[in-house]
Design a binder for this molecule. Sequence first.
Ligand code: HPA
Ligand code: ZN
Length: 327
Amino acid sequence: EHLPALLCALPKAELHIHIEGSLEPELIFELAQRNGVALPYASVEALRAAYAFTDLQSFLDIYYAGASVLLHEADFFDMAWAYFQRAHADNVVRAEVFFDPQTHTERGIPFEVVIQGLHRACERARTELGLSCDLILCFLRHLSEDSAMATLDEALPWQHLFIGVGLDSSEQGHPPAKFARVFARCRALGLHLVAHAGEEGPPAYVREALDVLKVERIDHGVRSIEDPALMQRLATEGVTLTVCPLSNLKLGVVSTLAVHPLPMLLAAGVKVTLHSDDPAYFGGYMNANWLATFEALPTLGAAEAITLARDSLKASWVSEAQKMRWL
Ligand code: HPA
Ligand code: ZN
């Protein structure tokens, strides 16, 4: 069986990774000790055992708690550098990395501490690993649009260090249109735009992200399969959905990988790419997602793998010249 080796060897772009979701329990404990932060878990094993999620919110609660050990620039650097080394080992050649500044600024950590630590890790990944990488600032949708606007104001002196903005956190009850003004401003600033939609929220949120926020890609978007007209539109317009199978499994978006809508999306002509979302919490980085998905879905083979990998590079926000070199 050559398929697993092919999945691992293919050059891929990681377009849906929350850097705070790459914080492994071992590093959480190491940073807690280094920073004198008390954790409500006795051991790495006890913390990992708490990773039994029933839905998005039960995950987010523990994900934000884990991020509380991040205090200094070196902490953000160490987290991101650990991720880049793992991504490189999985033959990720391009990474567009989400970070959640409000998770940190709300705790009194200055924005510049967060972005400088992450940026230094990007620089090292480029020079030492040859990994093409950039940062995407995500707004937390459970907070107000005013808070997002204030975060954008804080970020503007550092605009040269991130290429786009996204929208994440609790989806239900926080439709994309809540962030219409801040996304319009980001668009005018020339930033790339993306949003989580149709993970737990309805297909209408996917439409709204496209129509109101004018995003270029949709994160997750798997609930689009409930709306045939939307599926047709995604296929016609060539909108890419950044799908995260192990995340969908662990958060109960699908009951098993065997019933994941990926084959239906592909059959409908919708552009899909595969990513890890929050690999430290969901049981694996890029290759683990690819291996588990292809193992569970035997209708997918080498041809689909090659298409998914190429489409991940095509949907990335690198120059056309760089794409030509990869494709
Ligand atoms: N969905 C929404 N918000 C998130 C996620 C996710 O999968 N991961 C980290 N923040
Ligand atoms: Zn996500």
